[in-house]
Design a protein around this ligand. Structure first.
Ligand code: NAD
Length: 287
């Protein structure tokens, strides 16, 4: 009954059916998780899922409007920390907050990312400043998050680190060159670092999601369809998955993150979990 009450309370609080799990299980009971980019989209959905599974979550985001609201919705299990992942000192501070508040960090999810220029310019027109900015957040920000999480986890000898790649990190033609290149880099980082961290009992994996109509994807893909409403663009984004009768939603990524973070995946490291309904099995697509 207590579990049912907890699930009902959570549902009443969040009111976003595609964001929460309904299983009532507590797979992250007692765990402490830090999620970057969790004021919106996939990171936010993962924060909801982790809290429902018993975790304490640090909502680390540069968005000081939406971040505190997400933490407030999640209640005492969540805390917002302002964090721009392109600033190493801010990532270090977010990890410090987790350590001083909870005494440990079990899960670090390096999820924050940007698409950069919305229209894929030709390589001949590439603005190198755009490239640097995307790499600074998507790649350097991820690597810095791994560095500081590993520092916190190594003395304990356990932990799970997650990163976000994309199906744009598996095939060309899905986005602007800087974004695609940055996302190709993530599985490489994961492989490289996994080879060291496994000796310390720390696992590191990444997730490659299909397009999901988060604010980022709607802005990015909406540029290609200027006359359409957000709902129509969302319909196009949802139509990109290939699994019959299914569409990719935030909760699908949150559940993948839950699995990889939990002890269910205790022997999995260096892995890239593709969550795309079969999209990359046979399709290449250029907008
Ligand atoms: P989103 O725009 O909904 O959320 C991104 C969050 O990251 C926002 O809260 C934003 O404030 C935060 N952020 C951006 N720059 C930051 C920075 N420098 N420091 C800290 N926080 C920052 O986007 P989303 O779709 O949820 O994207 C999350 C991740 O998933 C990204 O890495 C993205 O590349 C990846 N991804 C998204 C899709 C998709 O279709 N939505 C598909 C594949 C991969």
């Amino acid at each position: 009954l207590r579990t049912v009450a907890r699930v009902l309370k959570f549902r009443a609080l969040t009111n976003h059916s595609r964001f929460y799990s309904t299983t009532g299980e507590r797979r992250l009971e007692g765990k402490v998780a830090l999620i970057t980019g969790s004021a919106s989209g996939l990171g936010k959905a993962t924060a909801y899922e982790f809290v429902q599974h018993g975790a304490q979550v640090i909502i680390a985001d540069k968005d000081t409007q939406r971040g505190p609201k997400v933490a407030e919705e999640l209640g005492p299990a969540a805390l917002f920390v302002e964090c721009d992942v392109s600033e190493e000192a801010q990532i270090a501070e977010a990890v410090n907050v987790a350590m001083s508040r909870h005494g440990k960090l079990d899960i670090m999810y390096n999820n924050a990312g940007i698409t950069g220029p919305s229209i894929p310019h030709s390589i001949t027109e590439l603005d190198m400043n755009d490239f640097d900015r995307v790499m600074q957040i998507n790649v350097r920000g991820t690597l810095t998050g791994i560095k500081h999480a590993a520092r916190a986890m190594m003395p304990v000898g356990s932990g799970s680190i997650l990163c976000t790649s994309s199906i744009s990190g598996l095939m060309g033609g899905l986005g602007p060159h800087p974004y695609t290149i940055s996302k190709f880099t993530i599985p490489g980082i994961v492989k490289s670092v996994a080879s060291e961290l496994c000796k310390s009992g720390i696992r590191i994996n990444c997730i490659s999601p299909a397009p999901i109509p988060t604010p980022m994807a709607l802005t990015q893909i909406g540029k290609f369809f200027p006359g359409l409403t957000q709902e129509q663009v969302a319909g196009i984004v949802n139509g990109l998955g290939e699994l019959k009768g299914a569409k990719c939603e935030e909760i699908d990524i949150a559940r993948a993150a839950l699995y990889l973070s939990s002890d269910d995946a205790k022997y999995i490291t260096g892995h890239n979990l593709i969550v795309d309904g079969g999209f990359t099995c046979f399709k290449n697509l250029t907008f």
